[in-house]
Design a binder for this molecule. Structure first.
Ligand SMILES: NC(=O)c1ccc[n+]([C@@H]2O[C@H](COP(=O)([O-])OP(=O)(O)OC[C@H]3O[C@@H](n4cnc5c(N)ncnc54)[C@H](O)[C@@H]3O)[C@@H](O)[C@H]2O)c1
Length: 290
């Protein structure tokens, strides 16, 4: 069941971080093919030839998302070359995998810096331009590792789940400016996953081009949703949610001690009924008995 109207981005400008290759380059191509101007930003100078491959619709910026100045410079390229910025895709990333016991402080910090602080840095740099757009869109890049955990990736998992919280806070703050903020948890064969998946069939079936249309949809004005988490890869698409069980409440005259918790735990933890809270107000209402 295909969409009736093609989703177009004529007159829109999109900035994609980590766009020299992999998912980022695929996202940039997707936007350009749909009429957008694109700025490919990456720490590697190879991003210049990646942008050349797209043609006149593309500009590039070399810099690290860990640097506030580099992020501001990338946004400046968008404004100088194309006069505006409507869409930011925070995609840059790398891995420094080791179990908790073996992971060095540098491995922990560098992954937090690139994924989490980098997402914040670029969002902050782009915020005013996205406000001026009137229909700004930010697509952050989380991961199933962050959402569900993965052995040997405590740094990456912490950063990627941090991006979920960042996305939810920014979506609440951006709403009044017309800025919608989402995140994706992609699966794709890229330089990052090349060693992990030796199977050529699996590689072929999980091309980044099967993720980028999801980014395009979320970035479109047609998508009026906000604060979504979408899992996408290999032709699979699903919504991920942070949900809370219906819970239990202390009855009048009962005492909340550890024994009460033990007795009520299976009822409290049961997921037969659940809610997907939109804001922290849900948790406060529950605690205040409202
Ligand atoms: N490929 C997957 O299956 C998968 C799964 C879950 C999440 N992700 C996430 O998707 C994003 C893209 O990953 P990919 O698979 O395309 O990997 P990739 O290695 O092909 O691309 C990542 C890009 O980010 C760039 N980069 C790294 N550090 C940077 C920095 N400090 N500043 C700017 N650019 C920097 C790299 O040079 C590279 O071009 C990452 O955030 C990754 O964590 C990927």
């Amino acid at each position: 069941m295909a969409s009736l109207e093609p989703l177009r981005f004529d007159g829109k400008v999109a900035l994609i971080t980590g766009a020299a290759g992999g998912l980022g380059l695929s996202h940039a191509r997707e936007f350009a093919a749909r009429g957008a101007k694109v700025i490919l930003s990456d720490i590697t100078p190879d991003v210049k030839s990646s942008a050349s491959g797209i043609g006149d619709a593309a500009a590039f910026a070399v810099g690290s998302v860990t640097s506030r100045a580099d992020c501001e410079a990338a946004v400046a390229v968008a404004l100088e070359e194309f006069g505006r910025l409507d869409i930011l895709v925070n995609n840059a990333g790398m891995l420094r995998d080791h179990t908790l016991e073996k992971q060095t402080d540098a491995e922990w910090q560098s992954v937090i810096d690139v994924h989490l602080t980098g997402t914040r840095n670029m969002t902050l740099a782009a915020w005013d331009a996205l406000k001026a757009s009137g229909a700004g869109r930010i697509i952050n890049t989380s991961s199933a590792s962050g959402l569900y955990g993965n052995f040997g990736q405590s740094n990456y998992c912490a950063a990627k789940m941090g991006i979920v919280g960042f996305t939810k806070a920014c979506s609440q703050e951006g709403r009044r400016f017309g800025i919608n903020v989402h995140c994706i948890a992609p699966i794709a064969h890229t330089p990052m996953t090349d060693d992990l998946w030796p199977d050529e069939m699996v590689k072929a079936a999980t091309s980044p081009e099967l993720v980028s249309p999801v980014v395009a949809y979320l970035s479109s004005e047609e998508c009026q949703e906000n604060s979504l988490i979408l899992a996408a890869g290999g032709g699979y698409l699903a919504r991920v949610a942070v949900v809370e069980s219906a819970g239990v409440r202390l009855a009048a005259g009962e005492m909340l001690d550890a024994e009460w918790v033990a007795a009520r735990f299976s009822s409290a933890a049961a997921m037969a009924q659940w809610a997907e809270p939109a804001t922290v107000a849900y948790a406060l209402d529950r605690a205040f008995g409202r």
